[in-house]
Design a protein around this ligand. Sequence first.
Ligand code: SF4
Length: 175
Amino acid sequence: MIFQKSLLQEIGIYQYGLIDTKQIIFSGEVRRLCEGNVCRNYGTTWACPPAIGTFDECKEKSLEYDMALVFNAKYNLEDSFDYEGMLFGHKEFKKVCDNLASLVKEKLTDYLLLSNEGCIRCSNCTYPHYPCRFPEKLFPSVEGFGIRIDALAKSANIKYINGENTVTYFGLLLY
Ligand code: SF4
C-alpha cells in the first residue's frame, strides 16, 4: 500500500480498498445516464462528458494504469431529503480529493484521480470557451468515465451505502 491508513483517515477518507484496474466495471449504461443529464452536470464543466472524451477513450485512459485506490467519505444528513446536507457533503468530499492529490504528488509521478460527480471548484466554469483554470486539480467524474461505483465498492470490499440519513461519496485514484 502506498499510503498509511492513518494518513488516509487524517485527510478525511472513511473507507478504502486497493484493486487491480482490470476489476473496474465500465458500463455504457452509466455513461448514457450522464448523457441523459440526470445530474444536470452534462456539458457544464471540464470534468464531465463530453469534455472528458468518449466512453471508449475514458476506458482506455483508465486501463493505462495498473492499480486503483477506491476511497469514500461519509457525511451525516438530517433526513433522506436533506439536500443542503448532501451539497455540504459533496463540497467536503472535494476537499478530501484535494488532500489526496497533495499526498499523491509527493509519491507518484503519474496518476489519475477521479471524483464523484462534476467539478464545483469555480463559481463559473470556463467550459467550453476557455481552458480549465486549475488543470492540476481537475478530477474528472467517475460516473462520466462510465464506471459503476456500486461494483467498485464491492471489489474494494467497502460499503456503497453507509446507513440511514447518510450520504457517501466515492473517488478513484488510478496509478
Ligand atoms: S476547476 Fe474551475 S474551470 Fe476547471 S473544470 Fe472545475 S469549475 Fe471548470
